[in-house]
Design a protein around this ligand. Structure first.
Ligand code: SF4
Length: 323
């Protein structure tokens, strides 16, 4: 039986591409990825509609290595889309070999994204992935040179499509023909395209390039304030932030919370006790304690802990430090 691996984000184009090939009686397995920057949730939610098997791979380590120095640089934010696509195709190629599949499917549409889906970008990512002759883009295949599986008649090129451009009219019509109704909005979901997250990540790479995956995950929660080249303070913004930061703290971190007033959980990653006063003043600043009066703050690091009095940090300092 002919087998294919479909790169599957859960977006409409990836669904249509997989379904189009499945309708040629080809055994399609979908593949989706997880990193600290995007999850498999959308793919997991949508896969039931087309009843295909879904493999979920955590590619954090490889993705992070690529992210630190992408060959083709970043997009508008910290999104290295060309290198990211290349890596995903490379991993899909490995999966194709492991599973004895014949080719890889992607939902890419020629010209849909001016930077990452023009003819040259599609060519570059395919070539750099090491699997150029195995990558089929069923939605635009008739506009692209035939791949090996087409030349060998493993897949019927006459049933493939020639979609191009940014419009979604043809995709929506095809979805209706296939009876696919639960259509999620295009794109979105990658934190590397978020300006605030990108600023934090850039700051982390600049100051602590060697930090671990936990420190990247921490970028998603709380306010981040850089005090100096060595130290950053994270202040929870709400109950969910406070609980998550508390769970993610280790004995190497300095942590603080208010004693007598509602207030944030404060985490200073790898912070030593020399920073307890500054961190305490931030804890008070973002608490319900009245301005200009001292309030009690509990700090701890490892098995050392103590209650100290602190006043709120100046608002101008907070603005200056905010990443
Ligand atoms: S948007 Fe994010 S997940 Fe998508 S290709 Fe770009 S970096 Fe990768």
């Amino acid at each position: 039986m002919v087998k294919a691996i479909a790169l599957f984000s859960g977006g409409l184009d990836s669904i249509l591409a997989a379904e189009l090939i499945r309708r040629q009686n080809i055994d399609v397995t979908c593949l989706t990825f997880v990193t600290p920057f995007f999850t498999a949730q959308k793919a997991r939610n949508i896969i039931r509609q087309i009843s295909l098997p879904l493999l979920v791979e955590d590619i954090t380590v490889e993705h992070l290595k690529m992210l630190k120095s992408p060959r083709y640089g970043y997009g508008k934010n910290m999104n290295p889309c060309i290198d990211c696509h290349t890596l995903m195709l490379h991993i899909a190629g490995r999966k194709m070999e492991e599973t004895g599949s014949h080719f890889i499917i992607t939902g890419e549409v020629l010209g849909q994204r001016p930077m990452s889906q023009n003819k040259q970008s599609l060519y570059i990512v395919a070539k750099n992935s090491g699997y150029a002759d195995h990558i089929l883009r069923p939605l635009s295949a008739k506009l692209l040179p035939p791949i090996k599986a087409e030349r060998e008649n493993l897949v019927d090129r006459s049933q493939l499509l020639s979609f191009q451009g940014r419009g979604r009219k043809e995709q929506l019509k095809l979805a209706a023909d296939f009876g696919i109704t639960n259509i999620s909005p295009p794109a979105g979901g990658c934190l590397l395209t978020d300006p605030i997250f990108s600023r934090r990540l850039r700051d982390l790479f600049l100051h602590h390039g060697d930090r671990n995956i936990r420190d990247i995950k921490l970028l998603k929660y709380g306010r981040h304030l850089r005090i100096n080249e060595d130290i950053k303070v994270i202040v929870g913004r709400n109950k969910a932030d406070n609980e998550t930061l508390c769970k993610m703290a280790t004995t190497d971190d300095l942590v603080l919370n208010m004693i007598s007033f509602p207030g944030p959980f404060v985490l200073v990653p790898y912070g030593n006790l020399a920073y307890k006063e500054t961190a305490a003043s931030l804890c008070v600043r973002y608490s319900d304690a009245p301005d200009n009066t001292g309030a009690e703050v509990l700090y701890s690091r490892g098995n050392v802990s103590e209650v100290i009095m602190s006043t709120a940090a100046a608002k101008e300092d907070c603005a200056k430090w905010t990443i």
